[in-house]
Design a protein around this ligand. Structure first.
Ligand code: HEM
Length: 153
């Protein structure tokens, strides 16, 4: 059961960030200011209200396993999680809120695009770290035909 919750929460968190990124890129390239404002608002609500609990549940279920399961793959996953959480909470979350406030007020100045650029750098970094955690998770569980890895040291 815990595996299913961890799997689901991890995939939801990863897909949420991917959706933020893709929609941001598309709207910045092809949208007008009104559409940008609409996407920024959706990223905050419901976006962040999906992402933050999903990340918290993924981390909590992952760490509760790591009490009993050790080994290189688990250690790597454990090391990445604080980076994922810090990136999410200290960069992506405030950036999403600030960009939404500015876009709603029609402010698309240099600050908006500096923060937007930071978000577009931090987002893929988190996606890579989360992707590595998914890869190592699937190695651990042996899903998709990979041999189940030893999870005790
Ligand atoms: C955003 C972060 C994370 C993502 C996206 C993620 C994703 C995954 C995925 C997709 C699986 C495979 C589940 C399955 O096939 O049923 C998995 C398994 C696992 N994850 Fe994570 N994970 C994350 C963080 C963590 C953390 C921080 C830990 C703690 C060390 C952890 C520990 C584990 C363990 C021990 C398994 C194997 C469970 C088993 O063998 O039954 N994960 N993870």
């Amino acid at each position: 059961m815990k595996t299913k919750i961890h799997l689901l929460a991890g995939l939801i968190a990863t897909l949420t960030i991917a959706t933020f990124l893709i929609s941001t890129l598309l709207v910045e390239l092809f949208g007008d200011h009104a559409t940008i404002a609409q996407i920024k608002s959706l990223i905050v609500m419901p976006g962040l209200f999906i992402l933050v609990p999903a990340l918290a549940i993924t981390g909590a279920t992952g760490f509760s396993w790591s009490q009993s399961r050790t080994g290189r793959l688990v250690e790597n996953k454990k090391r990445r999680m604080p980076l994922i959480a810090a990136n999410g909470i200290l960069i992506l979350l405030p950036a999403a809120i600030m960009l939404n406030l500015w876009a709603a007020a029609g402010v698309f100045d240099t600050y908006f695009y500096v923060v937007q650029t930071i978000e577009l750098i931090a987002g893929p970094i988190n996606l890579i770290l989360m992707g590595l955690n998914i890869r190592d998770g699937w190695k651990l569980t042996g899903r998709f035909g990979t041999k189940r890895q030893e999870i005790t040291s």
